[in-house]
Design a protein around this ligand. Structure first.
Ligand SMILES: O=C(O)[C@H](O)[C@@H](O)[C@H](O)[C@H](O)COP(=O)(O)O
Length: 255
């Protein structure tokens, strides 16, 4: 069964999420020198800022110089563009880290920006795949109100992404959420991760979380990931996102 950790507010959620991330980091660094982590875009990045950068109890426990950071999905835009997930990560994590005395930052892996705008989207995905490690210690996921995760969207148009068995990164075209062209991790990439954690906050996520957590709905990509890889999956959610959903209320700290 996937674990569902539930919080009253963003601050406590971000604190426990950071504790969970640091536990995965420490596990990885016991066995080697790298912590391979992939992040999504969206509201998750604010939680990373609050938990890993601002939290006075936890910030000194993050060994940034051993982190290798990849992007679960990326919009095919310039890295400076406001839609870039790398750009959003830079704003929420890399730039604030520069303000910290003596902090050494992580190594980040962005898409090849020189191919953006050249109709070379398959090549961008293929090149990104060559950068990936064999497996991830942790993949941090979001969940859209339509049940998408990474840029794996529900519905017929994007079935080809869920059916992919060879490529670990694929080009997602005609995305229902702009921008239209993206690259995304595929299911084989997600499957190989040691741990997968979803973060979802706010009342707008409630109907979809009801379908995923209570209804075990595998027609939704986030539901499929939750059901297929359940022993690796944790959800960090706030009360508003699971209001009325039948789920045992527990927190990561008390687990
Ligand atoms: O680039 C993207 O589009 C994101 O990676 C996306 O998959 C995100 O994680 C979800 O849409 C949830 O986003 P929110 O948490 O902002 O709702």
């Amino acid at each position: 069964m996937a674990s569902v950790y539930t919080y009253d507010g963003s601050k406590t959620l971000a604190h426990d999420l950071a504790k969970y991330i640091i536990a995965q980091q420490d596990n990885a660094l016991q066995n080697g020198k790298r912590f391979n982590i992939a992040v999504s875009g969206g509201s998750l990045l604010k939680a990373l800022n609050a938990g890993l950068i601002q939290d006075p109890e936890l910030k000194s426990k993050v060994e940034w110089s051993h982190w290798h950071v990849y992007f679960c999905d990326e919009r095919i835009v310039a890295l400076e563009h406001e839609d870039s997930n790398y750009g959003a990560f830079k704003k929420q994590v890399l730039d604030p880290l520069l303000e910290e005395d003596g902090a050494l930052g992580p190594t980040c892996y962005a898409i090849n920006e020189s191919l953006v705008g050249l109709s070379e989207n398959d090549r961008i995905a293929a090149e990104y795949e060559t950068l990936l490690p064999d497996h991830f210690d942790l993949i941090l996921l979001g969940c859209g109100p339509d049940g998408h995760t990474c840029s794996l969207f529900p519905g017929e148009t994007h079935e080809y992404l869920l059916e992919e068995t060879q490529k670990r990164v694929a080009w997602c075209h005609s995305s229902p959420k702009p921008p239209s062209d993206r690259v995304t991790f595929t299911l084989p990439m997600l499957e190989s991760a040691q741990a997968l954690a979803f973060v979802a906050e706010g009342a707008s996520k409630q109907p979809i979380l009801e379908r995923i957590i209570e209804g075990h709905d595998t027609s939704l990509p986030a539901g499929l990931v939750t059901e297929n890889y359940q022993s690796a999956v944790s959800w960090f959610v706030d009360e508003a996102a699971v209001k009325g959903v039948s789920v045992k209320r527990e927190t990561y700290s008390s687990h």
